[in-house]
Design a binder for this molecule. Structure first.
Ligand code: ATP
Length: 337
């Protein structure tokens, strides 16, 4: 608003806060401001685990904003390995959209802290901007998002946990368009349970068996990938039944194995639902502190997924109407501002 012409704008000189400027100077300054703002614009897609953030980011990047590049903000997916267990988007699903900080770090060598994430992701943003691209920050780890976008980040202050949580800062160093993909929790929980079954069908146990067999679980930093949901839950199972050492012609069930396996799966489902709930409460904390989050309700699309009689076509139709279209409009408006 500083450069808004005053009532004297028809005269050659315009008075702004007692500074005299020529209209051409004002126009140039306004253009500079717009360029500066554009340079700082990023889109952040947040939401609980399973809510469809990756799918939405690919939909936006492939159909509307083709210069987009994605920066992963899931703190488990930054590490190499356990791709099924941490639910990383596959190369096929990426549809050629460049991804950064996805499976990029050796989990035996580093722990990516929020401060580290802030440094790495901001370097990625600068690189993407230098290619005239649009950075889409996508992932469920709100501590990473918070560390990245706040103007002054203090690694010692925890704004999300405990009764003495520090106040949330609303001074941001980027112009952010926050899209919060939300799904009502009872529906999301049903979906998450189904998703865990699908992850198991696609080889999650074999992936974890290899993780334990190779001794990687001893080498990864405990505070990093060693905490991914699935690793601690299956530890007892592998320790007791040593499934990873079984040969393929020795498939018969050992007494009690089924129960331990089922218990591990039950805990994974439970912990995944807890994670989603915690992530939503962190998002609400940011919103309550004044962060301008645009909430997109994807519940109906997920209800269609968990309802057996719905066909895939109907899911896609609802997803398009209720998630992709409104998100696209929000981003478009944000980029034009
Ligand atoms: P933050 O709180 O730092 O924003 P977050 O919400 O992603 O991160 P936490 O609340 O710290 O996660 O995580 C709860 C549990 O879920 C932890 O054990 C964490 O390691 C695990 N977790 C988080 N993301 C994933 C993932 N993609 N795959 C598997 N486990 C995960």
């Amino acid at each position: 608003t500083f450069f808004q012409p005053t009532s004297h704008s028809s005269s050659k000189w315009v008075h702004l806060n007692h500074i005299h400027m020529e209209p051409s100077t004002i126009a140039a300054a306004a253009a500079t401001t717009t360029t500066r703002r554009r340079k700082r614009k990023i889109v952040v897609i947040m939401g609980p685990t399973g809510a469809g953030k990756s799918r939405l980011s690919i939909d936006l990047a492939t159909r509307f904003f083709e210069n987009s590049e994605i920066i992963n903000s899931d703190k488990m997916q930054v590490y190499r390995g356990l791709d099924i267990t941490t639910n990383k988007i596959t190369m096929q699903e990426q549809l050629g959209v460049p991804h950064h900080l996805l499976g990029a770090f050796d989990p035996t060598k580093s722990v990516i802290t929020p401060s580290e994430f802030r440094k790495l992701a901001s370097e990625n943003i600068s690189d993407i901007k230098s290619r005239r691209g649009l950075p889409l920050v996508v992932g469920g780890s709100n501590s990473c998002i918070y560390s990245l976008v706040t103007k002054r980040f203090d690694p010692k202050s925890d704004v999300f946990n405990g009764p003495d949580a520090h106040p949330v800062s609303s001074e941001l160093r980027y112009e952010c368009c926050f899209i919060w993909v939300d799904v009502c929790l009872p529906v999301l929980n049903q979906y998450l349970s189904k998703r865990v079954d699908e992850m198991l069908d696609s080889g999650m146990v074999e992936e974890l068996a290899e993780f334990y067999r190779s001794g990687e679980h001893m080498r990864v930093k405990r505070s990093g990938l060693g905490q991914a949901i699935g690793v601690p839950e299956f530890e007892g199972y592998f320790r007791t039944f040593r499934r990873m050492e079984k040969s393929s012609d020795c498939e018969e069930d050992v007494i009690g194995e089924g129960e331990v396996y089922d218990e591990a799966v039950r805990r994974i489902k439970d912990n995944t639902c807890q994670l989603a709930k915690k992530q939503v409460s962190k998002i609400l904390r940011l919103r309550d502190a004044g962060w301008e989050l645009k909430r997109i309700d994807a519940t109906e699309a997920f209800r269609a997924v968990v309802t057996a009689e719905s066909g895939g076509g109907r899911v896609t139709e609802i997803w398009e109407k209720q998630v992709v279209e409104p998100s696209m409009k929000i981003v478009k408006r944000f980029l034009e501002e």
